[in-house]
Ligand binder design. Structure first.
Ligand code: CFM
Length: 531
């Protein structure tokens, strides 16, 4: 797409909105003398229909929600609870003797009277009931918007409940309006886990100990990743937080290395663990066959162990033998197709490699709530002047822990390795994209329709909120948040599942039978005729 075409979309906005949105959109131009930066993580212009979620969604729904052995009580009206109750398809499987609370929805169900007279009494009652009925070792309390507005002190309830019941009770003030979107909630959840959980475990861990960060087991992705890591011989201490447990999180500081899949939601813990415990982190991408291979090899390089490297190669060979013939078959139907991607804060990048392997070119990619480093790489961090989240969300800094801090790599080895693998670094999405492709932050309903009309991609990878705009336009949409009841899509076998699903979706004749809105005009009676 040319800059001119992009301007034609923007020119439809009133002047004030044009100025704002212009900073959130760019056409990648490798020949330009200056690289255009993108504005991200800022509040939405009022009146624009955004796809973003809220702070509570990021804290309870995303980071804390998948933890299966804790009861998470939502203090707020029932609607907030319903929409954070497993609708994200984060799966959990308890081991023998463990408890799994994922299928339950715990809420204080605040009513008008609680808003007027205060809801702490109800919250105390909810904690009491949860303890009596479910006997959990940990309770987490998450607040939604009205709690912050009326000033209920969830922290005080947590402190007194800990004493009263002798269990761990954590509180997260993640009211929906805090920060600009989900990403503020990620930060709040990260802060709570590092302050109260990580580092208190005493388990003895074996060789090749790792944590998997930013993997939420959507549609079973985490099961597939863990299967591969264990097959190679890694000792997975904890996953943050897909199919995760508080009990395993306590020992996270014992890991030799943190593996980071979703940078946006968990980079805070990765960085804080580096400061406090000296744990290095490495950015990986488990989506796609080639990227999966590269990620496994990069992790093996960190450990630099002959046996582990050999085992990594053996597992890769074994898995490839099974998946490559299937992928080759699906490639035939994907060749020459184009895709537009609009997802959260990391998948718009991660899925590009898999699509490319299949022969699908990404012509537009956008995030809902990512920060500039997710677009442009961590090197831009020092240049970000204002972080809209930092107004009301704490930014924690840690000193090295006197007993638990350790250095895994010598300075020389670290420097050498940093040149080969993404150690404590993420390059962001834009570098990997083709010249001329569009990058957009916080895409809205109007822009979605305009871009679909101009670009006519064969597939629009997005979520439930915009799926039907795309379908009404005759363009196949694949949800890459929830996978439309399918999955897993991660790892080698996941790549085959994804290829199968998009081939089935793109090749259905239904799309040719839909008349897109831009081909129709309204009649006086309110119905539409073909233009
Ligand atoms: Fe990370 Fe996620 Fe994502 Fe995210 Fe999300 Fe999600 Fe997402 Mo939906 S943690 S940023 S807040 S990869 S729920 S599992 S799919 S928007 S791109």
């Amino acid at each position: 797409m040319s800059k001119k075409q992009l301007d034609r979309v923007l020119e439809k906005y009133p002047a004030s909105v044009f100025k704002n949105r212009k900073e959130h959109l760019l056409v990648k131009d490798c020949d330009a003398s200056e690289v255009q930066s993108i504005t991200a993580n800022t509040r939405v212009v009022p009146g624009i229909m955004t796809n973003r979620g809220c702070c509570y969604a990021g804290c309870k729904g995303v980071v804390l929600g998948p933890i299966r052995d804790a009861v998470t009580i939502v203090h707020g009206p029932i609607g907030c609870s319903y929409y954070a109750w497993n609708t994200r398809r984060n799966k959990g499987r308890a081991e023998q003797g463990e408890k799994n609370f994922l299928n339950y929805c715990f809420s204080t169900d605040m009513q008008e009277g609680d808003i007027v007279f205060g809801g702490m009494k109800k919250l105390r009652q909810a904690v009491k009931e949860a303890v009596e009925i479910f006997d959990p070792k940990t309770i987490m309390i998450c607040s939604t918007c009205p709690v912050g507005l009326i000033g209920d002190d969830i922290n005080a309830v947590a402190v007194e409940s800990e004493k009263l019941y002798g269990i761990k009770v954590l509180s997260f003030s993640c009211e929906g309006y805090k920060g600009v979107s989900q990403s503020g909630g990620h930060h709040i959840a990260n802060n709570g886990l590092i302050k109260h959980i990580i580092g208190i475990g005493e388990k003895v861990v074996g060789k090749y100990a790792i944590n998997i960060l930013g993997e939420y087991n959507i549609g079973g992705d985490g099961f597939e990743i863990e299967r591969l890591m264990k097959k190679i011989g890694y000792n997975v201490i904890t996953v943050m937080t897909g199919n995760g447990t508080i009990e395993s999180l306590k020992n996270a500081h014992k890991a030799d290395l943190n593996i980071v899949q979703c940078h946006r939601s968990i980079n805070y813990i990765a960085e804080m663990m580096k400061q406090k415990y000296g744990t290095d982190w490495i950015k990986v991408n488990f989506i796609g066959v080639k990227t999966m291979m590269k990620s496994l090899r990069d992790i093996a390089k960190y450990f630099d162990d002959k046996d582990l490297t050999a085992r990594t190669e053996a597992v890769i060979d074994e898995e490839l033998a099974d998946v490559l013939p299937k992928i080759d078959e699906y490639k035939k139907s994907c060749k020459g197709k184009t895709a537009a991607l609009f997802v959260g804060g990391s998948r718009a990048h991660h899925y590009q490699s898999l699509l490319k392997e299949l022969g699908v070119e990404t012509i537009l990619a956008g995030y809902e709530f990512a920060h500039r480093d997710d677009y442009e790489g961590r090197e831009v961090l020092p240049t970000i002047k204002t972080d809209a989240d930092s107004k009301n969300i704490e930014n924690l800094e840690f000193e090295p822990d006197a007993e638990k801090f350790r250095v895994t790599l010598s300075k020389e080895r670290f420097e050498k390795l940093s040149k080969e693998i993404p150690l404590n670094y993420y390059e962001g999405m834009i570098k990997e994209m083709n010249n001329g492709s569009i990058v957009v932050d916080d895409l809205n309903h109007f822009e979605t329709e305009e871009f679909l009309k101009i670009l006519k991609p064969d597939i629009f990878c997005s979520g439930i909120k915009d799926k039907y705009i795309s379908h009404k336009s005759g363009i196949f949409s694949k949800q890459v948040h929830s996978y439309d009841y399918s999955g897993p899509y991660a790892g080698f076998t996941g790549a085959v599942n994804f290829a199968r699903d998009i081939v089935l979706g793109m090749t259905t004749p239904a799309w040719g039978m839909v008349i897109p809105p831009w081909k129709t005009v309204p009649t006086l009676e309110g119905s539409y005729i073909n233009k």
